[in-house]
Design a protein around this ligand. Structure first.
Ligand SMILES: [Zn+2]
Length: 234
C-alpha cells in the first residue's frame, strides 16, 4: 500500500467521524421537535376538555334562566288571578300555572342531569391535565438529555477536527487536496478497498491492471468507475 494511502485512510476515518457527528448534531433540533410535538397532542386534549366543561356549564346557566322566566310567568298569572272576575277566567289561568309548573320541573330535571355531566367532564379534564403534567416532565427530561448530548457532540467534533489537522499536516498537499476533492464529491469516502477484484465502494468489477496497481506501494490507482483511490488491505 502506498504510504500516502495509509495516511489518507486515517484522515478519512477522521472525516467520516466528523461527518457522522455533524449529522447527529444537525438532527438534534428535529428530534427535539419530535419529542415536543407529543405535548401538543396532550395540550389539545386538555383544551378540548376545558371547552366541554364550559359548554356544559353554559347550558345549565341557560336552563336556570329559563326556570327563572317561567317562575316570573307564574307570578304574573297569580297577579292576574287576583283581578279576574269570572270563574272560567280564573280556571284558565290555573291551567296555565299548572302547565308552566310542569315545564319548570322538566327544566329542573334537565339542569340536574346537566350538573352530573359537568362533574364527569371535570373528571376528564383533571385526568388530562394530570397526563399532560406527567408527559411534560418526561419531555423536559428527554430534551435535557438531548441538549447535553449536543454539547458532548460539539466537543467530540472539535477534538476530531484538531486530530485531523495534525494528521493532514503530515501529508503531501497535492495528495491531500486530491483526497479532499474526492471526499467532497463522493460524500462518504475518497478511498476504497479492493474486495474480490471489485471496488469496495461502487462495487464494480475492476480491470486486472487496476487490481494489480492497487497492490503496488509506489503507485496510486483510482477506480475507473467512481474515481476513488484504491487500496488492498495487505
Ligand atoms: Zn469504484
Amino acid at each position: 500500500m502506498a504510504k500516502v494511502i495509509e495516511q489518507l485512510l486515517v484522515v478519512q476515518a477522521c472525516d467520516q467521524d466528523i461527518q457522522r457527528l455533524r449529522k447527529e448534531m444537525d438532527d438534534i433540533p428535529r428530534r427535539q421537535q419530535q419529542i415536543e410535538s407529543r405535548l401538543a397532542a396532550q395540550q389539545q386534549g386538555v383544551e378540548t376538555a376545558e371547552r366541554e366543561v364550559l359548554e356544559k356549564q353554559a347550558r345549565i346557566k341557560n336552563l336556570e334562566g329559563e326556570i327563572e322566566t317561567n317562575r316570573a310567568q307564574i307570578q304574573k298569572y297569580r297577579d292576574q288571578q287576583l283581578q279576574i272576575k269570572t270563574n272560567e277566567g280564573y280556571k284558565a289561568l290555573e291551567k296555565e300555572i299548572a302547565t308552566t309548573q310542569t315545564a319548570i320541573r322538566k327544566l329542573e330535571d334537565e339542569a340536574l342531569e346537566g350538573m352530573e355531566t359537568v362533574e364527569a367532564a371535570k373528571d376528564v379534564l383533571d385526568e388530562r391535565r394530570e397526563a399532560l403534567a406527567k408527559e411534560q416532565v418526561r419531555v423536559d427530561e428527554e430534551v435535557k438529555i438531548f441538549l447535553e448530548r449536543s454539547t458532548g457532540l460539539d466537543s467530540e467534533c472539535e477534538e476530531k477536527m484538531a486530530e485531523r489537522k495534525v494528521l493532514a499536516e503530515a501529508i503531501d498537499p497535492t495528495w491531500l487536496a486530491r483526497y479532499e476533492r474526492l471526499f467532497a464529491k463522493q460524500g462518504d469516502a475518497a478511498i476504497a478497498l479492493v474486495e474480490h477484484g471489485t471496488c469496495g465502494r461502487c462495487h464494480m468489477k475492476l480491470p486486472p491492471a487496476q487490481v494489480v496497481g492497487a497492490r503496488k506501494a509506489d503507485t496510486l490507482t483510482v477506480c475507473d468507475f467512481c474515481g476513488r483511490m484504491l487500496y488492498h488491505s495487505s
